[in-house]
Design a protein around this ligand. Structure first.
Ligand SMILES: Nc1nc2c(ncn2[C@@H]2O[C@H](COP(=O)(O)OP(=O)(O)OP(=O)(O)O)[C@@H](O)[C@H]2O)c(=O)[nH]1
Ligand SMILES: [Mg+2]
Length: 248
């Protein structure tokens, strides 16, 4: 019989040029007693210095990509590092300071109740959310509902505040390297039978004066997302057809 490793959760913070917010995010996580892995995804001078400061002050384990490779690639590096360090779960939290970190204990408790689950969040926005980002999200919701067969299984495909069970993640053969990563990995885990749990989290867009930055590039990222939905839907149709033919 396979022995089940004891549950160990770390936080995983991928960052690309978030010099004004990454330290506050890491400190906010540490306040909840979670060890933190930061993946510096080829940040420029200021972002790199902020991450180096976190390592120097022993606030986080910092891994750096020499060149920017995209959020998905940064998370893959972080998942591997977490596994090497003996963690079983990674709580991925964006470095842009948008998410309400006081919710961390609620999410950790949900993962402890169901260690096999993918603990997802869905955003509760205030007035700071840009309209075009809300519109892009609605398009994504439509596709994700189609891909997993229901609207409530993944209530938000894009958000960067979720707990991944590492064994299931590492069993996936490949996932998006860029901003399509968040949707791709959630859809594929749920399709493989990983049970989703959806909890709300407050999200606030910081102003530029507060250090708020977004790397979301509407045209490039929407094209990448469209291509990914196209692939996921095609694979879904093929799987469905095979299952019907096999009488399952
Ligand atoms: N966009 C982007 N983000 C990266 C990259 N590598 C790591 N990240 C991190 O991934 C997280 C999400 O990036 P955001 O630019 O906030 O993307 P988003 O949350 O989908 O977009 P907004 O709704 O505009 O905030 C942040 O912590 C980034 O620093 C990269 O190459 N590109
Ligand atoms: Mg963001």
């Amino acid at each position: 019989m396979r022995s089940i490793p004891p549950m160990r959760i770390c936080a995983l913070v991928p960052t690309y040029d978030n010099p004004a917010t990454v330290r506050a995010v890491v400190s906010g996580i540490r306040a909840h007693d979670l060890p933190v892995i930061v993946v510096d995804d080829g940040s420029g001078e200021a972002g790199r210095a902020a991450c180096a400061g976190l390592a120097r002050d022993r606030l986080a384990t910092v891994v750096r990509h020499d060149k920017n490779r995209g959020k998905g690639a940064a998370c893959r590096t972080g998942f591997e590092k977490a596994h090497q360090l003996g963690f079983t779960h990674a709580f991925q939290i964006d470095a842009d300071g948008q998410h309400d970190l006081t919710q961390i204990p609620r999410f950790v408790a949900a993962a402890q109740r169901d260690p096999d689950a993918l603990v997802l969040s869905y955003p509760e926005y205030d007035d700071s959310a840009p309209r075009e980002r809300l519109a892009a999200r609605r398009v994504t919701h439509f596709w994700v509902a189609l891909e997993v067969g229901g609207r409530d299984r993944i209530r938000d495909g894009l958000i960067g505040f979720r707990i991944y069970p590492l064994e299931a993640v590492r069993a996936l053969r490949g996932f998006g390297t860029g901003m399509e990563f968040d949707v791709d990995i959630a859809v594929r885990l749920v399709r493989r039978g990983v049970p989703p749990v959806n909890l709300p989290v407050r999200v606030r867009y910081l102003t530029a004066a507060e250090g708020g930055v977004s790397h979301f590039r509407p045209v490039r990222d929407m094209l990448r997302l469209s291509w990914m939905h196209c692939r996921l839907c095609t694979v879904g149709c093929i799987r469905w057809t095979f299952r019907r033919l096999a009488g399952r």
